[in-house]
Design a binder for this molecule. Structure first.
Ligand SMILES: C[S@@+](CC[C@H](N)C(=O)[O-])C[C@H]1O[C@@H](n2cnc3c(N)ncnc32)[C@H](O)[C@@H]1O
Length: 230
């Protein structure tokens, strides 16, 4: 998080968020603040509560992980606030998204063009996800996969793998980062062909390099094309 996020958390009257994320920030939040912690799948309910408490003249912080504008809560809060016709000012404070955090741990795989695709088919139909994977694979851009796989949702990653293997060379470097920046962080660099043999879950971000991605002293680096001899 940025210093600005830390400051608003310290000054908040009410902090709303998914329980796992609330736990990560509770040491920063003022002891007198009201904490409203919710469960996965209740995002609309949380956004409505946050807007209601803001309308009651409280300084409310809605906590999201990484960057709230990347598969986070920013959009839903703005939509609910518009629906409720609230005049309370809303500020979106950016954070470090998993793609940036994972990229930094792996080296510099996203130094050139890249695509970010979520494999969650809860809100996006699988056919649409497959089309996005297909087009990104053909474009020779690095690809970042969010929400890659959960215990009950394996098909999207298998499908994505099959599509990528049609267009991307099997020995292309792939970085797999779990729990980036958190306790238990792990990172591994492998090749596309071996992707499905790795431990992948919902706290994993996968970075598939492009045709210019190589290993540099154990780090995953996408060459931008600079001439290093000059
Ligand atoms: C609903 S998205 C939220 C993304 C978040 N708003 C962000 O900007 O990073 C959840 C997915 O983000 C990725 N993610 C979030 N935090 C992560 C972390 N600490 N390490 C690795 N991946 C993470 C995983 O792919 C996870 O399934």
């Amino acid at each position: 998080m940025t210093q600005k996020v830390r400051t608003v958390l310290e000054e908040a009257d009410v902090v709303v968020g998914y329980g796992t994320y609330i736990k990560l920030v509770q040491d920063i939040v003022c002891k007198d603040a009201e904490i409203i912690s919710g469960t996965m799948g209740k995002e609309v309910e949380r956004a409505k509560i946050a807007v209601m408490r803001a309308n009651e003249n409280n300084k409310v912080v809605m906590v999201s992980s990484g960057d709230p504008g990347v598969y986070g809560m920013a959009g839903i809060v703005l939509e609910v606030a518009a629906q409720e016709k609230t005049t309370v000012p809303i500020e979106i404070l950016p954070g470090i998204t998993a793609a940036s955090a994972a990229s930094a741990i792996l080296g510099a795989p996203l130094i050139s063009d890249f695509a970010v695709i979520s494999l969650s088919d809860l809100l996006t139909p699988l056919e649409k996800i497959e089309k996005r994977i297909e087009l990104a694979s053909q474009a020779d851009v690095s690809i970042v996969l969010y929400n890659p796989q959960s215990q009950g949702r394996i098909e999207p990653l298998t499908k994505a793998y099959e599509i990528m293997m049609k267009h991307i060379k099997p020995d292309t470097l792939v970085g797999i980062v779990r729990q980036a920046g958190r306790e238990g962080q792990t990172a591994k660099i492998t090749i596309l062909q071996n992707l499905l043999n790795e431990e992948i879950d919902m706290v994993t971000t996968i970075v598939i390099g492009n045709s210019a991605t190589k290993l540099v002293n154990g780090k995953m680096v996408t060459a931008r094309g600079y001439d290093l001899t000059t």
